[in-house]
Design a protein around this ligand. Structure first.
Ligand code: NAD
Length: 355
């Protein structure tokens, strides 16, 4: 069993912790947290061993009547891998303590690419993380773009991709974030950092990105234009992308007309926390004119990186093949909405699991 700890139990950390618990080859040794808030209390309710981020925090947890099993160093002594889910930039500051405890580390996309040996999306560069000591799972937007461009590059060739990202202003609980009643270029300079970040996991793709922030919390929206090297039909593109388990092709006529409906659907089908681990692509938005492909996709920022974290752990610590790791991750989490909703398509191939 791969012994895993999660440091930082917020939006991403709590989801990664639950995903690790669901894996047949992993055991969650505990989660570490700085503040004794409602998320710390919910970690206890979910039977996770909770560790204080450092000694100075122990009294705060005691005052809040939240029991802790120790401090972060105790957790690090008990694991092979720690998944750092602390706020952006804090991960890099944690490197020294991870090095001192000789643990492998999965960082998140809020860190600079230089924080780790390799940046990671399972669909594009699983093998690059094989046996690595440190891996950075790229951001939610970069993950969503890479998952889309990889199959397009393999089947049709990508000459240039231009993507406009309409980003959510904050996560649902981040009431202190904005903008309010505005749509703001962010950054106003073009290209945004997302294109270069895609190149950390798909090095040969020519991709330019521009980004805005909108006063919404549900999901990011990407308006995608890709000049391909060949001239496929729109149906051929649809069929290709429909075959990717981490892409959800929203069927025409399903009534899923935006992020709100998608999140309602996720809750209705029993997704934990309403999570959408897949990119969500509107089938009818797929349009091809000559070599130019256009489409819209949505990315659930709180969720799409979660399966990637699980696969990163396996790539670093086992010799499990990429396809097998992704199949086990997807089966244990329930990734793959298309086969449930669109009854006109064949169920996706169920790959052999290792348990
Ligand atoms: P968050 O603020 O929701 O959670 C961070 C957690 O870490 C909080 O529980 C906080 O109490 C805790 N914490 C803060 N300092 C700590 C410390 N020194 N030691 C231990 N715990 C500490 O943040 P998040 O949104 O989960 O983001 C985590 C990382 O994931 C960032 O790199 C972020 O860029 C990345 N990411 C976030 C999203 C998203 O949309 N939320 C999506 C993809 C990637």
């Amino acid at each position: 069993m791969i012994r895993v700890g999660v440091n930082g139990y917020g939006t991403i950390g709590k989801r990664v912790a639950d995903a690790v618990v669901a894996q047949p080859d992993m055991i969650l040794r505990g989660v570490a947290k700085r503040s004794p808030n409602h998320e710390a209390e919910s970690a206890i309710r979910r039977d996770h061993d909770l560790y204080a981020a450092d000694e100075s925090r122990i009294d705060d947890f005691a005052d809040a009547d939240i029991p802790v099993a120790g401090t972060l160093p105790d957790l690090l002594d008990a694991v092979n891998v720690v998944v750092d889910c602390c706020p952006a930039g804090v991960g890099a500051r944690n490197r020294d303590i991870y090095d001192a405890h000789d643990v492998r580390v999965v960082f998140q996309g809020g860190e600079n690419a230089t924080v780790a040996d390799v940046s990671f999306v399972a669909r594009t560069n699983f093998e690059a993380a094989r046996d690595a000591d440190t891996v950075r799972v790229v951001s939610c937007n970069t993950t969503g773009i890479a998952r889309l461009l990889a199959p397009l590059e393999e089947s049709f060739g990508v000459e240039t991709a231009r993507i406009t990202l309409i980003r959510r202003g904050g996560d649902p609980a981040q009431t202190d974030r904005g903008p309010i009643n505005d749509i703001v270029p962010d950054p106003a300079s073009i290209p945004s950092h997302h294109g270069p970040d895609v190149n950390t996991v798909l090095s040969d793709i020519d991709v330019d990105t521009a980004a805005l922030k909108a006063p919404v919390t549900a999901m990011h929206t990407h308006s995608v234009n890709v000049t391909l090297e060949t001239e496929p039909t729109a149906d051929a593109v649809r069929e290709l992308l429909d075959g990717e388990r981490r892409l959800f092709m929203i069927p025409e006529g399903a009534g899923l007309d935006g992020a709100g409906a998608l999140q309602e659907y996720a809750r209705d089908v029993g997704r934990p926390r309403g999570d959408l681990w897949e990119n969500c692509l509107w089938a009818e938005s797929i349009h091809v004119s000559g070599r130019d492909l256009y489409l819209f996709q949505n990315v659930h920022q709180e969720a799409d990186v979660v399966p990637e974290n699980v696969d990163a752990i396996r790539a670093m610590t086992t010799d499990t093949a990429a396809s097998e790791s992704m199949a086990v991750t997807d089966r244990t989490l329930g990734v793959g909405l298309a086969s449930r909703l669109d009854t006109t398509t064949e169920p996706q191939e169920s790959l052999a699991a290792d348990d």
